[in-house]
Design a protein around this ligand. Sequence first.
Ligand SMILES: Cc1cc2nc3c(=O)[nH]c(=O)nc-3n(C[C@H](O)[C@H](O)[C@H](O)COP(=O)(O)OP(=O)(O)OC[C@H]3O[C@@H](n4cnc5c(N)ncnc54)[C@H](O)[C@@H]3O)c2cc1C
Length: 483
Amino acid sequence: MNNYKEIYTGKIKFPEEKKRRIKKKLVKILDEKNFSEKEIDLISYSRGYWPISLQWFLKGYLPSLPNFVTWPINTEQVSEILKLAKEEKVPVIPYGGGTSVTGGVVPLKGGIVIDLKKMNKIIEINDLDLTVTAEAGINGKILEEKLNSRGYTSRHIPQSLPASTLGGWIATKAAGQFSTKYGKIENLVLGLEAVLPNGEIINSKIKPASSTGPEIEKLFLGSEGTIGVITKATLKIWPLPEEKKLLSFKFKSFTESLEAARKILRKGIYPAVIRLYDEDETELKFQDFTEDRESLGIFIVEGMKEITGQEKKAIERICKNEGAKNCGEEPVKKWLNERFDVITDISQYLPMKVVFDTVEVAATWSKIPTLYRKMKKEISSIEGVLLSSAHASHFYLNGACLYFTIGGIPPEDVKLEDFYFNFWSKAMKACLESGGTISHHHGIGLLRKKWLKEEIGESTYRLLKKIKEVFDSSEIMNPGKLI
Ligand SMILES: Cc1cc2nc3c(=O)[nH]c(=O)nc-3n(C[C@H](O)[C@H](O)[C@H](O)COP(=O)(O)OP(=O)(O)OC[C@H]3O[C@@H](n4cnc5c(N)ncnc54)[C@H](O)[C@@H]3O)c2cc1C
């Protein structure tokens, strides 16, 4: 790629002498093949999957380039790189699969990318404890396939499974498609190993639960690369479910489908998957199964045969009581077939100058109706927005996550960035005013940073900054992200 331009200019410029020195030290720590400063590598590590950066890329712009890319093969090498970075005051960007959609891996100030992908071993599968311990760079799909081949599952299946990593999931507090029954990643992690910015390695005990004061290692959940590098983790696993039942229903409205889900959970039934589509998204994705302005809901229950049959009956009864009509297994099979299909979702629209993004938020049940209405109204009111559909796909006894897909073409006199950041501002403002939380699983990154203070409150924000300082006094860890 020739003649690209970098968008962010806060980059720390190294004198050539310092650059040479760092390079020499990095090559000493790593094998030469696990280090690069080739332009092609620097460009590849400049942006992740942040949608606006795809648009920039097509126009020849890059957010920002790192100075070096490294692929350590063990925790000791990560530790040595961090010691060097601290000594030389060079930024470090931990990198898993690079699927961050919030600018989390953009090397804002340049520096050293630590790509964990060569740290990809499964260390132990423990049948008695039902745990898997693996290195943090392991690819999600490979981890799940290896577990499946031994009769287990982690049931953490994000849409980005084929491209994301264990460390990235933990650093962003990711959510998988089966989270309603099994939980988000923070509910699955039983212990982890991490390297602090001074090179020190910390290891937590693997435990089902404990009462031993605050668990410091839990600060790594959602830390987005800002306090250290996660190098290993132990997750809960499950034996593969004996049986699955697929159900779907069409409801007269999204509000009614949400009501059905709330009532199902209230009865203590936790389907592995619940996905409820609003009227617009139903029309886009399931028009073969529904009439005008209906809301489609799909459910998967899984587990022991004796139980799944009972759960299926109960779900059918509750949905019927909400006025829903049974649509059978086909819509669920369609979703199962297409659930990793990102290309048809996104890429085809980019050359048409369509700006898009997804915004996932969450709230307790009492706030969900207002949150949905307000966000949808605010987003749709922007000139140029062509699509603002939503679905709900992660459910809790106390609430749910709403996932909006927004797309549009900026009016001729409006800059791409102004259009994009305007719909984000409207969405975040509407969410905060409705009492929702501004991210359910994509994280804060660069994109949502400016709303974090309002989300968590001034005092907590100050405390979080102090905690970051304690871990990272030299301010080398993923600068400009999260806080
Ligand atoms: C098509 C698509 C679908 C997606 N679907 C989902 C979904 O279903 N559910 C969901 O939750 N998210 C989803 N995402 C978002 C993204 O996949 C998640 O945020 C994922 O958890 C990031 O993992 P990663 O390995 O790619 O991390 P990266 O993108 O490499 O990094 C993300 C952040 O974590 C930090 N980080 C990465 N590894 C480490 C480490 N070892 N130690 C410390 N910090 C680290 C990085 O510095 C960065 O701040 C999707 C993204 C795309 C593009």
